[in-house]
Ligand binder design. Structure first.
Ligand SMILES: Nc1ncnc2c1ncn2[C@@H]1O[C@H](COP(=O)(O)OP(=O)(O)OP(=O)(O)O)[C@@H](O)[C@H]1O
Ligand SMILES: [Mg+2]
Length: 247
């Protein structure tokens, strides 16, 4: 039996900390599981995952609860903003490595992120150093409702069958890195008339300008993340982290 009360408003003294609120709607059928997940996330000590402080349950309507998740406030904004400001390669690699570490920690906790992109990680500072915090993930290990995501980042198997997995997160990482280094989406974007179905038939078109200037090892792993066959992608985020350590 989970003690819901201790996670509700007022359960922690947060008077001094600046917090960030996010409204979420949780189906009644999954509310117990949600609270259980939240209890895990409130207590986690993973450096690169956002820290939740408390959750307010504000209402119940049409079989779902409206909740407000209060999380740590990240004063340095989104990861993409900090990556664009990074002046050295070491700094860039360090930020990306922390991002990967956050996703890996999430996977180790048994969760799939489901909405990976560089704007869904935030940056804060600790002892003068920048710390990346992976955010905006679905706080339910199993769930049966559609996630509102950005279609350009969705793996083919997710589009087809909503088949989320570690491998579909790895695909989204591939799209994130590809976009970062080439300023293009690997399979086109909606402004060019792209539709999600196109991903399945398109082949990877490498944009010569940015992506091809990357070290070979990085190009190779990003291409591997974007393999349409999930089984051909890296087996875990650890494999990508290893490559980032070597460049
Ligand atoms: N914990 C936080 N601390 C500080 N700023 C935050 C925090 N969480 C989100 N933000 C800010 O709010 C903005 C919007 O975030 P949010 O996740 O609500 O929407 P989004 O990222 O634009 O949309 P989506 O993730 O649904 O595609 C972020 O870009 C960031 O600037
Ligand atoms: Mg977001």
């Amino acid at each position: 039996m989970i003690n819901i009360k201790r996670f509700l408003s007022g359960s922690k003294n947060t008077a001094k900390a600046k917090l960030y609120p996010k409204q979420v709607i949780i189906p009644k059928s999954q509310f117990g599981e949600y609270i259980e997940s939240m209890s895990q996330f409130i207590q986690h000590d993973q450096e690169n995952i956002i820290q939740f402080i408390k959750v307010d349950v504000n209402g119940f309507k049409e079989s779902s609860y409206t909740c407000c998740e209060w999380m740590e406030y990240c004063e340095s904004g989104t990861l993409i903003e900090q990556l664009k400001k990074a002046k050295t390669q070491d700094k860039l690699i360090n930020l990306l490595w922390q991002f990967l570490n956050g996703i890996q920690s999430l996977h180790e906790m048994g969760y799939i992120h489901r909405d990976i992109k560089l704007t869904n990680a935030l940056v804060t500072t600790k002892d003068g150093a920048e710390v990346v915090k992976v955010s905006d993930f679905v706080l339910l290990p199993h769930h049966d409702y559609e996630v509102m995501t950005t279609p350009e980042f969705l793996a083919p198997e997710v589009m087809q069958d909503s088949d989320y997995s570690v491998q579909s997160d790895i695909w989204s990482l591939g799209v994130s890195f590809y976009e970062l280094f080439s300023a293009e989406y690997p399979f086109g974007n909606r402004l060019d008339g792209y539709t999600p179905r196109d991903i399945k038939k398109n082949t990877l078109e490498l944009v010569p300008s940015g992506f091809n200037k990357l070290p070979q090892l990085m190009q190779k792993i990003v291409k591997q993340c974007l393999n349409k066959d999930p089984a051909q992608r890296p087996g875990s985020v650890l494999q990508i982290m290893d490559v980032f350590k070597k460049v």
